[in-house]
Ligand binder design. Structure first.
Ligand code: CUA
Length: 554
C-alpha cells in the first residue's frame, strides 16, 4: 500500500508537472517507446471491437443465450449488463494506459545510477481516484436498484397475468395452472397440471410462483429473464412478458443433486388462441387412438402394463393415485411427472431425450442408465434397468411406448410453436447406452395382461369373477347371491384389498400380487341389498377402485 502511494505520487507529480530535465536522448527513446505502446493498444482495441460483436452474434440463436432477450424484463437486465460492460471497458483502457505509460515514462534509465526522488502522497490525485469510483458505482447502483424493485413489483401483481405455479422436483419440473384443469366431482375446477413443458400466451405477462418441497432449485429461462431460486417453505416469484412466439429452453441453475444437469424444461410461447386450444386439449381424456391400447377399449382404463406407472404418473381422464405439487412426498416415488398428452411433447426425462418411440423405449428399458439417480429407477418399486429384478419386460416396454405415444388429442397435437434454437437433444441420446432397443410397438388387438374373464352381472351357476388391477376393478358391478362365490385375483403389481363398505372395512380380503385366485363366499350375515365394494389400500378408492355389489337372496 505504501509503495503504491509512493509510485502514485511519482506519477502524479510527473503528470502535473510534466516532463522536466530529461535529456534530448531520453526524449527520443521515450517517444519511440510510447509509439510502440500506442500501436499495440490500437491493435488490441481493434481486435476487441471485432471479436466482441462476433461473439455476441454467435450467442444470438443459442438456446441459452442471455444477450438476446425476448422480454422487456430481460431487456432491462441486459441493459444493466451493457452499461456495466462499457463502463468497465472505459475503466480498463484508462487504467491500462496509465500503468503502461507510467512504467515506460518512469523506468530507470541506463545512465541513471541514483535512486529517483521518493514522493509520498498527492492530495489532488487521491481525492480524484476516490471520487471517480464513487461516481462509477453510483451510476451502476441507481438503475440496478430501480430494476430490482420494478421486477419484484411486477411479479407481485398478478392482475391480468397468466399465473403458473412451478414445483421444483428432483429432477424435473411440475407446472400447475390454477383453476384451469378439469372440473372435479364436486363441480370445482382443479389445476391443469403438466410437467417439463410449460406453455404461456404471447404478449401477456406471466407470473411464475415457485415452490419446492425438497431442495433448493433455481428456475431459469435464459432468453427471457434472470433466474430465481426455488426455496423450500417459501413462495418466490418471477415474472416477464414474452414478446415473441417460439420455443425456448429453461434449466435448473442451482446444484440440487445427482441429475441437476438434466433438470431442463421447454417453454412454448404461443398466440393466445393456440394456448387456449392447448389448455382445452389438456383437459380432455386421451383420444380414440389411445383406446386401442387401453383395457377393454376404454380410454379411462390404462393398460395393465401401465399399472405400476399409475401410482406415480397422472394422465388427465385416467384415474390414478399419483399426488401432485407439495402434496407429493418428495422422498418417495409416488410423485412423477404428469403425462397428459405425452405424445405431443418435444422431450422426455426433463429435456434429456427427444420424444421419439425409440428414445422412450430406451428410457423405460434403462432409466438408471439414461438419467443417473432418477427416482423412477432408484426407489424400491421403481422401474429397474434391463437385467435387474423388477425391470419391465421388453414386451411391456413396447406396449407402454405405443400407449404413451398415442396420448394425443383427437385430431392431432395442438399447435406446437416454432422451434427457436436447437436444444440438441439428439446428441444427448448417446448418453442413453441402451441395452436393446425394441422396434416401436404396433397396436395390440387385445389388452396385454389377459382378457377379463367375466364382466360381472349375474352368474348363477359359477363363481363371479373380480379382477383388481393398477388401479381399478375390471368389473364395476357384481351380482352375487348369499352363499355365492366371488373369484378374485390381482393382475397388477400393487397390493389390493377387497371390502364391502359397512361390512368388512376393517377385515378386507387380501389380494396379493402374482395373480393368485382368492375365493370369497358371500356370508350369511350380509343381508341382500346393494352395497359399495372398494379397495382399502389408501388412495386406491379415490383412484377409482370402487363398484357396486348387489347381494341377492340365496
Ligand atoms: Cu434443480 Cu438443480
Amino acid at each position: 500500500m505504501r509503495r503504491r502511494l509512493i509510485d502514485a505520487g511519482r506519477v502524479g507529480r510527473a503528470l502535473t508537472t510534466g516532463l522536466r530535465g530529461a535529456s534530448g536522448q531520453d526524449r527520443v527513446q521515450r517517444r519511440r517507446a510510447l509509439l510502440r505502446f500506442g500501436a499495440l493498444a490500437a491493435v488490441l482495441v481493434l481486435v476487441l471491437s471485432v471479436v466482441g460483436p462476433v461473439l455476441a452474434q454467435a450467442q444470438d440463436g443459442n438456446p441459452y443465450t442471455t444477450t438476446d432477450p425476448k422480454s422487456p424484463e430481460g431487456g432491462m437486465i441486459q441493459g444493466l449488463y451493457r452499461l456495466i460492460f462499457w463502463m468497465g471497458v472505459v475503466v480498463f483502457v484508462f487504467v491500462q494506459f496509465l500503468i503502461v505509460y507510467t512504467a515506460m515514462r518512469f523506468k530507470r534509465r541506463r545512465n541513471q545510477n541514483t535512486r529517483p526522488n521518493q514522493v509520498h502522497g498527492h492530495r489532488t490525485l487521491e481525492i480524484t481516484w476516490t471520487v471517480i469510483p464513487a461516481i462509477v458505482l453510483l451510476i451502476i447502483a441507481v438503475p440496478t436498484i430501480s430494476t430490482i424493485y420494478s421486477t419484484y413489483a411486477a411479479s407481485d401483481d398478478t392482475e391480468g397475468a397468466t399465473v403458473v405455479e412451478v414445483y421444483g422436483k428432483q429432477w424435473w419440473w411440475e407446472f400447475h395452472y390454477p383453476g384451469m384443469g378439469p372440473v372435479d366431482a364436486q363441480g370445482n375446477p382443479t389445476d391443469l397440471i403438466t410437467a417439463n413443458e410449460v406453455r404461456v400466451p404471447e404478449d401477456q405477462k406471466v407470473v411464475f410462483k415457485l415452490y419446492s418441497n425438497n431442495v433448493i432449485h433455481s428456475f431459469w429461462i435464459p432468453e427471457m429473464t434472470g433466474h430465481m431460486d426455488v426455496i423450500p417453505g417459501h413462495e418466490r416469484r418471477l415474472s416477464f412478458t414474452p414478446e415473441t412466439s417460439g420455443t425456448y429452453y429453461g434449466e435448473c441453475a442451482e446444484f440440487c443433486g445427482v441429475a441437476h444437469a438434466w433438470m431442463r424444461f421447454i417453454v412454448k410461447v404461443q398466440p393466445r388462441a393456440d394456448f387456449d386450444t392447448w389448455t382445452t386439449a389438456m383437459n380432455q381424456p386421451p383420444g380414440a387412438a389411445t383406446a386401442a391400447y387401453s383395457r377393454n377399449g376404454d380410454v379411462a382404463s390404462a393398460p395393465t402394463a401401465f399399472g405400476r406407472c399409475l401410482q406415480c404418473h397422472a394422465i388427465t381422464g385416467v384415474p390414478n393415485a399419483a399426488q401432485a405439487g407439495i402434496a407429493a412426498d418428495p422422498t418417495s416415488y409416488s410423485a412423477g411427472p404428469n403425462l397428459t398428452l405425452l405424445g405431443c411433447r418435444d422431450a422426455l426425462a426433463a429435456g434429456l431425450l427427444e420424444n421419439t418411440p425409440e428414445n422412450l423405449a430406451v428410457w423405460l428399458l434403462n432409466p438408471g442408465h439414461v438419467k443417473e439417480g432418477n427416482y423412477m429407477y432408484a426407489v424400491d418399486s421403481g422401474i429397474k434397468n434391463q437385467g435387474e429384478e423388477g425391470a419391465l419386460s421388453p414386451d411391456d416396454v413396447n406396449y407402454l411406448v405405443a400407449y404413451l405415444e398415442s396420448l394425443k388429442p383427437e385430431g392431432g397435437c395442438p399447435e406446437n410453436g416454432t422451434a427457436n434454437g436447437n436444444m440438441n437433444v439428439d446428441a444427448l441420446a448417446d448418453n442413453a447406452a441402451p441395452v436393446s432397443t425394441p422396434a416401436p410397438a404396433t397396436p395390440a388387438a387385445t389388452p396385454v395382461g389377459g382378457t377379463p374373464v367375466a364382466t360381472g352381472g349375474a352368474a348363477p351357476t359359477g363363481p363371479v369373477m373380480l379382477e383388481g388391477y393398477d388401479i381399478g376393478w375390471t368389473q364395476k358391478e357384481l351380482t352375487v347371491p348369499v352363499g355365492g362365490t366371488i373369484d378374485m385375483y390381482n393382475s397388477g403389481v400393487l397390493e389390493h384389498n377387497f371390502a364391502v363398505e359397512g361390512y368388512n372395512d376393517a377385515t378386507p380380503v387380501d389380494l396379493p400380487t402374482g395373480g393368485e385366485h382368492v375365493m370369497w363366499t358371500v356370508p350369511a350375515d350380509l343381508p341382500p341389498g346393494t352395497y359399495t365394494f372398494y379397495c382399502t389400500v389408501p388412495g386406491h378408492r379415490a383412484a377409482g377402485m370402487e363398484g357396486t355389489i348387489t347381494i341377492t337372496a340365496p
